[in-house]
Design a protein around this ligand. Sequence first.
Ligand SMILES: NC(=O)c1ccc[n+]([C@@H]2O[C@H](COP(=O)([O-])OP(=O)(O)OC[C@H]3O[C@@H](n4cnc5c(N)ncnc54)[C@H](OP(=O)(O)O)[C@@H]3O)[C@@H](O)[C@H]2O)c1
Length: 245
Amino acid sequence: MKRFGLIGYPVGHSYSQNFFQKKFQDLGLKDHVYDLFEMEFLNEFPALWLQHGDLCGLNVTVPHKENVVKYLDKQDVSAIKVGAANVICKKGNKLIGYNSDYMAFRDSLSVWLGKFKGESLILGSGGASKAVQAGLTDLKIPYNQVSRSNKGGDYTYEQIKSNPDIITRFRLIINTTPLGMHPNNESIPDLPYSKISKGTFFYDLVYNPEQTAFLKQGEKYGAKTKNGLEMLELQAERSWDIWNS
Ligand SMILES: NC(=O)c1ccc[n+]([C@@H]2O[C@H](COP(=O)([O-])OP(=O)(O)OC[C@H]3O[C@@H](n4cnc5c(N)ncnc54)[C@H](OP(=O)(O)O)[C@@H]3O)[C@@H](O)[C@H]2O)c1
C-alpha cells in the first residue's frame, strides 16, 4: 500500500482527498490511498509516521504549514523561500518539505497576467500571503501589503480608506485573507473599490464561492478577475509530481 494524506486542524472538508482519490482511480492505482489525518497539535506528527510505515507523502494545511518545517530533515528551496511547507515527501527515511502553493500561485498568475508592468497590493499577512510574496518576488512584481494592524504590512485598511487615492497606484490586487469564503460569502476586504483603475487585476485566493464579494466589487468597477481554483488544482498536481520525483 502507498499511503498519502492531509494533516491539519480541522480537515473535515477536503478538496485534496477528492482530487487524489479521483486521480488514483483514473490511473488505476488500486494500492494508493489518501487519508485525512486530523491533527490538533504537531507534536503528534512523528508518531503518525511511526504508525503508518506505508506513508509516502503528506499535504499540510492550516494551522501547521509554518511549524511543520521543524519536524523535517530537509527543506526544498520552495519551502525555504516561503518559510512554510504544504507538501512533504518521504525519500528513503528522510522527510523533505516543499511549498507547492507558492509555485502554483506564481504559475497561474504569470499566465493570466501575460506581459505585466506595475505594482501590486497584497491583502493579508498570513501563510497564504507569504506564498504570494515569494511568487511575486520570482516574477519581479513589486508589492505592498495591507493588514488590519500596523505591524502586518505597509498600510492598514484605515489608512487606505482615509486616503483612497493610494489604491489607484496598484494594477494588481490580491486577496489572501479568508474574507468572502463560504459560508461568510458577504464578507469583503474593506477597500475604496470605486477608486480602482479600470483594467486592474483582482486575484482572490478564495475559490468557494466561485465569485467572491471581492471579485464582484472588482468586476463592478472594471477589473479583470480570477479566483483561487486554478492555484488549488496546480498545487495538488505539483504535490503529485513531487511524490513521483
Ligand atoms: N487557492 C489556493 O490554493 C489557496 C492556498 C492557500 C490558501 N488559500 C486561501 O487563502 C486564505 C488565507 O489562507 P491563510 O492560510 O493565509 O489564512 P490565515 O492565516 O487564517 O489568514 C490570512 C490573513 O488574513 C487576514 N485576515 C484574517 N481574518 C481577517 C478578517 N476577519 N478581516 C481582515 N483580514 C483578515 C490576516 O492578516 P492581517 O492580520 O495582516 O490582517 C491573516 O493573517 C484562505 O481562505 C485559504 O483557503 C487558498
